[in-house]
Design a protein around this ligand. Structure first.
Ligand code: DGJ
Length: 377
């Protein structure tokens, strides 16, 4: 390219950036323009605050027209106000090597990042499905970086807790003889067998399934990998090592047999709360709320937290939970983050951010056309 043309191109790119009008409000369900005027491409995401700046990580989905599958991974955006976001590019990128599990064509979903104070490193975990295998692999992947925006170096993908029983698994459950395939799926007998650990036993040797996931740092500083396991029938809460790069082998089954995915947790008012969805693919279904006194449980399902019309409540305002965000310095303020998926063009999926409100000591969610973070008290 000629030098003049190069300068012109750079000038026009930065002009586009400069011309982008700042956002003043969050508008759930609408296109959310980044600093370059493009809809924020960070889906199934999560947010961390590092040194006063917010970083949003999420699935950077290939726009329908994009053919280059190497241009895919985890997107990162930064912001000072949670409303205006600068595109920081791909924090994790697929690896153009057919020997790598992270090769183009694999599926990366629901990535989440934590900063590890002990090691000074940023650790990313994500749901990882292998190229050409649909959702069969059910693995979790881990990557690490010295810098918050990356590039993150892919370490490995695995099924956690191979050869280890959950803490809350009885001797009777360990020794039960009923096997996968013995019973007809979805009969009452089968559902009971699933609750009693049918799939935990099946996956004992090779490691437990890990699909929809989130990360949660408890008040004692221990980090947990929360994931849909057992064919999405049961959530597993798996403790991470102190460097956040591996599993300790301590894990709990949560809400066995209840088919929960899209887990998003927070701690408020002395209790743990968790939003989840049912399992209907990309289609939204009623949100579910569960609560516990301790992270390890017992968790109790307490119903649908949505307070809209009957139609809105049935579909969580057309969305599926992904994360609960606590704006810095706002003690009891939490934001429910969710995705309104567009399966035929996932990059265009919309972000649903709604303030968490309270009713009889429990969180609830109402629809708001606009959200002004500054106004939340
Ligand atoms: C629902 C999950 O929550 C999404 O992350 C995605 O895996 C879709 N299922 C795929 O159908």
């Amino acid at each position: 390219m000629k030098k003049g043309l190069l300068i012109f191109t750079f000038a026009s790119i930065s002009l586009i950036g400069l011309c982008q009008k700042p956002n003043t409000l969050i508008k759930p369900g609408e296109v959310w323009p980044d600093n370059e005027g493009n809809h924020i491409n960070a889906h199934g995401g999560g947010i961390i605050n590092y040194k006063g700046t917010w970083y949003w990580f999420g699935e950077s989905r290939l726009p329908r027209t994009e053919k280059d599958r190497t241009n895919y991974g985890v997107g990162c955006y930064s912001s000072k106000d949670l409303i205006n976001w600068k595109n920081e590019g791909l924090a994790l990128r697929v690896i153009n090597d057919t020997a790598s599990l992270l090769q183009p064509g694999c599926v990366i979903e629901r990535p989440k990042v934590l900063f590890n104070k002990k090691t000074g490193k940023f650790v990313m975990w994500f749901h990882h499905e292998l190229k050409g295998q649909g959702y069969k692999a059910a693995m979790t992947g881990v990557a690490v970086s010295d810098y918050v925006t990356g590039p993150y170096k892919y370490i490995r993908s695995l099924r956690p807790n191979a050869g280890i029983w959950p803490v809350n698994f009885t001797e009777e459950q360990k020794n039960a003889s009923v096997k996968d395939g013995d019973l007809k799926s979805w009969t009452e007998e089968w559902k009971q067998a699933v609750r009693d650990g049918l799939f935990v036993r099946r996956d004992f040797a090779g490691g437990q399934m890990a699909r929809d996931m989130n990360l949660f740092v408890d008040r004692d500083g221990k980090a947990w990998h929360i994931h849909s396991a057992e064919e999405n029938m049961t959530l597993h809460f798996s403790e991470l090592t102190d460097d956040y790069l591996d599993f300790t082998g301590k894990y709990y089954r949560v809400l066995p047999g209840d088919s929960n995915e899209a887990p998003a947790l927070f701690f408020a008012r002395g209790k743990y709360f968790m939003f989840t969805s049912g399992t209907t693919g990309w289609r939204p279904n009623p949100c579910r709320l569960a609560t516990a006194d301790k992270l390890a449980g017992e968790w109790k399902a307490v119903g649908n937290p949505c307070r809209g019309t009957e139609e809105e409540n049935k579909v969580t305002f057309g969305s599926q939970s992904t994360f609960v965000l606590q704006p810095a310095g706002k003690k009891n303020i939490f934001i429910f983050m969710a995705d309104r998926w567009t399966p035929q063009n996932l990059a265009d999926s919309r972000h649903i951010w709604l303030p968490i409100e309270w009713e009889n000591g429990l969180p609830m969610i109402k629809w708001h056309n606009e959200l002004d973070i500054k106004m939340l008290k």
